[in-house]
Design a protein. Structure first.
Length: 170
């Protein structure tokens, strides 16, 4: 498929609007993306041009967008770029829309707490058609440590023994 996929990093600049359409939930908001550059003359970071995109979310993404985003939130949006040109009141207008496939908070600028959403067709604790569903205990974190005596551990010990020690250490 020939589509232009983009990743937009910016700030939510309008309150997300939710509509329940015949095709399913839909949400829309605008995101502002301002380029930053180093001004050598003033020796400071400066704001460049700001681009505005209308972001469209559908189905579960729309529902979760409304519950999660507010004006000013730093976001990362991935999706299909749609550039539209139209005539309004005798003037030409061009808009850049993003049909979002994923939206999230920009964690380089703050923290966020993830909560898994329930599917609309299944209430929390409702029985699954395959039978009753027992609550699952949380999975333990994997152990990333190399077990002592493993081949990787032996290789690490060999490499540290081969390397010369700096003078005065030992």
């Amino acid at each position: 498929m020939n589509e232009t996929m983009v990743c937009v990093v910016g700030n939510v600049c309008t309150t997300p609007v939710y509509k329940d359409l015949a095709t399913g939930p839909s949400a829309r908001f605008r995101v502002a993306v301002t380029a930053r550059y180093w001004d050598r003359e003033k020796n400071i970071w400066a704001d460049g041009h700001t681009n505005f995109f209308t972001v469209w979310a559908r189905r579960n993404l729309a529902t979760n967008t409304i519950a999660s985003l507010s004006v000013g939130d730093p976001v990362v949006v991935q999706g299909r770029l749609k550039v539209r040109a139209e005539q309004r009141d005798g003037q030409s207008w061009v808009s850049a829309d993003v049909e979002a496939t994923a939206i999230g908070h920009d964690l380089s600028r703050g923290t966020s707490a993830f909560r898994r959403s329930t599917r609309p067709d299944q209430q929390p604790g409702a029985a699954d058609p395959g039978g009753p569903q027992q609550p699952q205990p949380p999975r333990p974190e994997p152990n990333w440590e190399t077990p002592p005596g493993s081949r990787a551990d032996a290789h690490t010990q060999e490499r540290t023994q081969e390397q010369p020690q700096p003078a005065g250490v030992g």
